[in-house]
Design a protein around this ligand. Sequence first.
Ligand SMILES: *[C@@H]1O[C@H](CO)[C@@H](O)[C@H](O)[C@H]1NC(C)=O
Ligand SMILES: *[C@@H]1O[C@H](CO)[C@@H](O)[C@H](O)[C@H]1NC(C)=O
Length: 370
Amino acid sequence: MMARAALLPVALLLCLALAGNADARRKSGGGFYELKNKNGDFSIKVTNQGAAIVSAIVPDGKGNLADIVLGYDTVAEYASGSASFGATVGRVANRIANAQFVLDGKTYHLIPNDGNNTLHGGPRNFGKVIWTVKEHVHDGDSPYITFYYHSFDGEQGFPGDLDVYVKYQLSRPYDLSIRMNATARNKATPVNLANHVYWNLAGHGSGNVLKHKLQVLASKYTPVDGSMIPTGQVVPVSGTNYDFRKPTTVGTHLEIFRVGGNGYDINYAVNGKQNAMRKVARVQEPKSGRAFELWANQPGVQFYTAGGLANEKGKDGKVYRQYGALCLETQAYPDAVNHPEFPSSIVRPGHVYKHDMVFRFSSQASYYDA
Ligand SMILES: *[C@@H]1O[C@H](CO)[C@@H](O)[C@H](O)[C@H]1NC(C)=O
Ligand SMILES: *[C@@H]1O[C@H](CO)[C@@H](O)[C@H](O)[C@H]1NC(C)=O
């Protein structure tokens, strides 16, 4: 009798333990994947946790390699971290005012996660979910990896099923392209995907980016109110602290970075034809000479100098501090779904959203002086 009575709890515990394991496997379905060029001097790592870019190793003019992307050592930190390091954020990147919008006469309620606003699609945005790895070619002439995610009708409050792909690819000599698409299956929905990679071209964890030189090919920007929501105006950068039309040191307008300020976190209206691939920005770190040009086919680009970073524990024992990186997130204008005067971010059933961007790295010291 005694033995029998003891067996039951043991069997029960075993069942629970097995169920627990399966659950753990599902939850920890994230891993790291690498793409490496033929020379071995250009590589990236990505994770299917949030379809995020984890590292980018790029040479400077002397061939010195550095990892120029902020990130974490473990998949678990990508799941729990709040900085969206390298992540593919959505269904709607950036802010949606008061966590709601009206589409075709219906009001949709989202989950506020930034004061009263929704940021990057909500607390469980595309940067917080596990994506499926569809294809992975590790090396060769143009290595690539494709991630897929099915976003269900009602996920985080958004309407309709959405099939989403993100493809990372290296090509010669030092180009990293990120191609995203999303197909609305059955309902109209706003879509705005962005890659939230944090750059420091001197190397991640090497200090602030205030000496980086930046050019943004935008004559106008969208000013915001006190809760970071665009006022609806699209105004000239001329004569403001937001003028980066010519290559300009990021820290030039110091008042932006002083106590009380929080650095840059602003959307630019990129010059040129909206759905055409065009040059958006150039960045160069003066000491190493490392630089990239960013090309994309989106209406806007959010320039963010990581004002929200505060002693974030990162890769390789580094600690990331305020202004320790800059982000240039090509995308639709923030809160476009509540601003009929902005370029539309609505995708109708059967239609496809396409977002392409290319980071073209270079290490010529005279990049900007030429
Ligand atoms: C949120 O909205 C309420 C009601 O309008 C307002 O009183 C409150 O100050 C807002 N909170 C923030 C953080 O903006
Ligand atoms: C979306 O991207 C994936 C991966 O690159 C590709 O296979 C698919 O054809 C694309 N879909 C559309 C509708 O363009």
